[in-house]
Design a protein around this ligand. Sequence first.
Ligand SMILES: Cc1ncc(COP(=O)(O)O)c(C=O)c1O
Length: 415
Amino acid sequence: MARIAFPEHGTDADELTRQMADRTDGDIDWRNGRTPLYVFKGSESAAAVGKAAFMQFFTENALGGKRAFHSIGSMERDVIDMGLDLFHAPDGADGHMTTGGSESIFMAVKAARDTHRVRGSRVGTQLNMVLPESAHPAFDKAARSMEIEVRRVPLQDSLRADPEQMAAAADRQTMMMIASAPCFPFGVIDPVAAISEVAVGLDIWLHVDACVGGYLIPFAKEAGEDLPAFDFEVPGVRSISADLHKYGFCPKPASTLFFRDAGDMARGAFDLDVWANGRFVTQTIAGTRPGGAVAGAWAVLNHLGRQGYRDIARDLMANARAYRQGIEALQGYHMFAEPDLTILSFGARDLDIFAVADRLAEDGWLPGRTQDPRGMHLMLSMFHAPARDAYLADLARATEAVRRDGGSSTSKAVY
Ligand SMILES: Cc1ncc(COP(=O)(O)O)c(C=O)c1O
């Protein structure tokens, strides 16, 4: 494809708006619930409040939250305090915001690695981390960057992490164990309490990846769902990642990372004092961070409050159950695991489910897929409630067509 040149002259704002709108022609119709990932909705008002707050602090830089933008600094402090309260953090705990789940995970891995080193593992010793097969690739990304070996351990039949196998995979060079709440592929919460026992017994750092469920599980519980403990209530949990820009319904990019011990967080910070401009300290990989994302998170958390999140959690769970019922009513589909929250992951017995997914794609849906096992995947938010009947109708039509015509698909599952 020919490269375009850097424009010589500027273009009028209205014209640019038109051009950008034109470029959305090929996009998935996400506003009407046709993509099962990437975007989240809690309520109209939460989205509007988050957007307005983001725009109000569009120019401010969270890197200057301590020295220049006390507004942003104090709002970030409030967001962290609210999270510490939500996740039963003891005195002495602390946290900070990041630009997303991957960055939260990276900084947690770095803090655990640095802590392991402080305790005596020599530089050059091959460290490793033990994680369930279902854990997010962000752990591998961090591990590759820090030259840490990744030991991915098979799951139990329930598709939850297997504490015994995790224990068997660990040794003296294991600097971290991981549990997901829930894991992305199957939507189930790993047995955090049992993994915590293993981690405490072996004196290994346990990180809970609650990027998806952190701002959903507590409220689903309050709304009456029977879900296990996953946060600092569990004694071995040493750090937790929880994304505001997923089920916190805050503007991107926003995640939170919490440490049981503020000393661990301080150790994970980047701290350099040899530079012309003086000492440079950040808790994140990013230097400049959008002030708007901090303000957006502060505004949405305060706008919804526990009551608002509880109401949304109730609606989300009802919606996910209705999707599940509709899918299972088609006969031939089965959930890979008993879903704990709002992620549904399902396979087919008598047809190639990717052939069905291909037909859904032709109808304008973005079909979420899993490759092992071969299946379809939905991470549902309130975008998907009004789309439910249309989705189920198109799924029924596509299923019938594949049953009638047969066919197999060469499509790949790509995230
Ligand atoms: C369980 C889990 N952890 C971490 C992440 C990474 O989050 P992000 O895309 O914000 O970096 C995701 C993303 O979907 C996830 O599902």
